[in-house]
Design a protein around this ligand. Structure first.
Ligand code: HEM
Length: 170
C-alpha cells in the first residue's frame, strides 16, 4: 500500500496528541486547578509543537505524501489540501503568537522547567502583542472546528468510502 513514511506517521500522531492536549489546556486553563502548572506546561507543549512542525516541514520537502485516491473528486482533493495548509499555518502561527504574548509578560518562560527559553523584545503596549493575543484565541477556536472536520473526513474515508486514506497514516 502507498503510505506515509514512518517518520511522517510518527510526527502526525505525536503532533495530534500534543495539539489536542494544548487546546484543552488553553481553553480550560481557568477551570483547571491553579497548582497544576497548567500554563507553564501549555507553553512548553506549544513550543514543542512549533519545533516538531519545523521538523515535519523539513521532512516533507524531501518526502512527498502519497497521492490521494484517483477516484476522489477534484473539489475534495482541493478541500483536503486547503485544510492541511491551514493546519500547517496554525501549527506555526498559534505557538508563535503565544510566544510573542508571553514575551510581553513578567513570568519566566522555560521548557518543562528544564531550561529558559528566550523572549522576543516586545512590551505590553505593542500592537504585535495585542494582535498576537487576539490571533492566538481566534485561531485556537477555529482549530477546534477544523480538527473536528479533519477527523470526520478521515472517518468517512475509512468507514463509508472504505479507501486507504486513513490506513496510510496508521
Ligand atoms: C499548539 C500550540 C498551542 C495551542 C493549540 C494553544 C491554544 C490556546 C488556546 C485555545 C488558548 C485559549 C484562548 C483564550 O481563551 O483566550 C490559549 C491560551 C494561552 N496560550 Fe496557548 N496555545 C498554544 C501554544 C502556546 C505557546 C507556545 C504559548 C507561549 C509560549 C502559549 C501561551 C498562552 C497563554 C499565555 C494563554 C492564556 C491567555 C489568557 O487567557 O490570558 N500558547 N492557548
Amino acid at each position: 500500500m502507498d503510505r506515509y513514511t514512518s517518520v511522517a506517521r510518527a510526527l502526525h500522531w505525536i503532533l495530534a496528541v500534543l495539539i489536542i492536549v494544548n487546546l484543552v489546556l488553553g481553553i480550560g486553563h481557568d477551570a483547571l486547578p491553579k497548582d497544576w502548572a497548567v500554563m507553564p506546561v501549555h507553553k512548553s507543549i506549544g513550543l514543542t509543537v512549533l519545533a516538531l512542525t519545523l521538523a515535519r516541514l523539513a521532512w516533507r520537502v524531501g518526502h512527498r505524501p502519497p497521492s490521494l485516491p484517483s477516484a476522489m473528486p477534484v473539489w475534495e482533493k482541493a478541500a483536503a489540501h486547503a485544510t492541511h495548509g491551514v493546519f500547517y499555518a496554525f501549527m506555526i502561527l498559534v505557538p508563535l503568537t503565544g510566544w510573542i504574548m508571553t514575551s510581553a509578560g513578567t513570568r519566566p518562560l522555560n521548557w518543562f522547567f528544564l531550561f529558559d527559553v528566550p523572549k522576543f523584545a516586545v512590551t505590553k503596549g505593542d500592537a504585535i502583542v495585542g494582535l498576537s493575543s487576539e490571533g492566538h484565541e481566534v485561531m485556537g477556536f477555529a482549530w477546534v472546528a477544523l480538527i473536528i472536520v479533519h477527523i470526520a473526513a478521515a472517518l468517512r474515508h475509512h468507514v463509508v468510502l472504505k479507501d486507504n486514506v486513513l490506513r496510510r497514516m496508521m
